[in-house]
Structure formats: C-alpha cells, structure tokens
Design a binder for this molecule. Structure first.
Ligand SMILES: Nc1ncnc2c1ncn2[C@@H]1O[C@H](COP(=O)(O)OP(=O)(O)O)[C@@H](O)[C@H]1O
Ligand SMILES: O=C(O)C1=C[C@@H](OP(=O)(O)O)[C@@H](O)[C@H](O)C1
Ligand SMILES: [Mg+2]
Length: 170
C-alpha cells in the first residue's frame, strides 16, 4: 500500500488531522516530528537551539527516507519538510501527497499560544506568517497531489474530505 503524506504550513492541522484520518481509514500514522523527538530524546525546540536548524533538517531528511520506504502509512510531516527536493522525491515515490492550507489569520489563532515552533520564535504575528507562507507556497503547491483548505472546518470533516479525494488511489 502507498503512503499518505500530509504537508503544509505550521498550524494547518497536519498532526491533528493525521490522527483522525488514521482512525477513519484504519491505517497507522507516524508524526515525523514526534519520531525525531523519540529518537533524539529532545523536543524540536531544543534540537533547533542546541544543534541548529540545519541539523534538524538533516534529522528530518533521515526520518523521511526511512519512514517513506515503509509499507504504507500516514505520515504527518513538519511544515518545512517539502523545502528539500530529496524529501519530496522520497514522499512521492510511493505515496500521495496531501496539502492542507489555511489563511494566515487562522494559523495565527491556532499557534499563537504554543512555544514549540522555533521557526516562529520572535515572529509570532500574522504579517510574518503571511510572508513565510508566500515564500513557501511554490514548494507546497509543487509537491502536492491535491489541496484541502481547512479554515472553519472541523477536523473530522477534513479527514473525510481527504479520504474521499484519495478514494481508489489507495
Ligand atoms: N480544523 C481545525 N480547526 C480548529 N483547530 C484546529 C484544526 N486543526 C488543528 N487545529 C488546532 O491547531 C493547532 C495546530 O494543529 P497541528 O495539528 O499541531 O498543526 P500542524 O501539525 O500542521 O502544525 C492545535 O492546537 C490543533 O488542535
Ligand atoms: O515549518 C517548519 O519549518 C517547522 C514545522 C514544525 O512542524 P509543524 O508544521 O507540525 O508545526 C516542525 O517540524 C519544526 O518546528 C519546523
Ligand atoms: Mg505537526
């Protein structure tokens, strides 16, 4: 069976929707950030702080390489995972890539209280989120097989839409 990779900006709901989709389809899921945290014994923010962003990106690439070659699961990616072409290639090789989207205002409301996203440290505002989203948009759109907007939708509805769109691709 092929993998289902969830991609998109921080706070679009990749981790949350992944759980719901896993329940709905009866397919195991792995959150790539969580996998890295378990392997290293360090929270993502601490990896960024102690080892730097490039070291985190290398760990992310290693995780994707290993997990994408498995026998079919839902992979909830970090928001920066598709910025490296080799990651996208690995995810595409035997998988469908689903892009979740949301407006910057929605993202801000969802992530403003969290402290676990080092990329937004010191930049927790709608303007910066909109700027970084525009910068990343081409990479997200190029990697995706299809996109699902999430603004104003309950998680279950998003999971249902993905399940419908994937349909017989599985
Ligand atoms: N469709 C949604 N509607 C409302 N809140 C959501 C939705 N999806 C996710 N959230 C909330 O937004 C926050 C970020 O979600 P998360 O799944 O961690 O996003 P990501 O993994 O894409 O960064 C969490 O607090 C989550 O509960
Ligand atoms: O967009 C990014 O660069 C990142 C997104 C995070 O994952 P989420 O998108 O699940 O928040 C996490 O991988 C790390 O903090 C970097
Ligand atoms: Mg996540």
């Amino acid at each position: 069976m092929m993998n289902i990779a969830l991609i998109g900006f921080m706070g679009v709901g990749k981790t949350t929707v992944s759980h719901a989709l896993s329940e709905r389809l009866g397919i195991e899921e792995t959150d790539i950030d969580q996998w890295i945290v378990e392997k290293t014994g360090r929270p993502i923010a601490e990896i960024f702080e102690k080892e730097g962003e490039q070291a985190f990106r290398d760990r992310e690439t290693e995780a994707i390489k290993e997990l994408a070659s498995g026998d079919g699961r839902i992979l909830s990616c970090g928001g920066g995972a598709v910025l490296r072409a080799c990651n996208v290639e690995a995810l595409k090789r035997d998988g469908v890539i689903v892009l979740l989207t949301a407006e910057p205002e929605t993202i801000f409301e969802r992530v403003r209280c969290g402290k676990s996203r080092p990329v937004l440290n010191g930049n927790m505002n709608v303007g910066y989120i909109a700027h970084l989203m525009e910068k990343r948009r081409p990479a997200y759109e190029a990697a995706a097989d299809f996109a699902v907007p999430t603004d104003g939708k309950p998680v279950e509805q998003i999971a249902e839409e993905i399940a419908e769109r994937i349909g017989d691709k599985l």
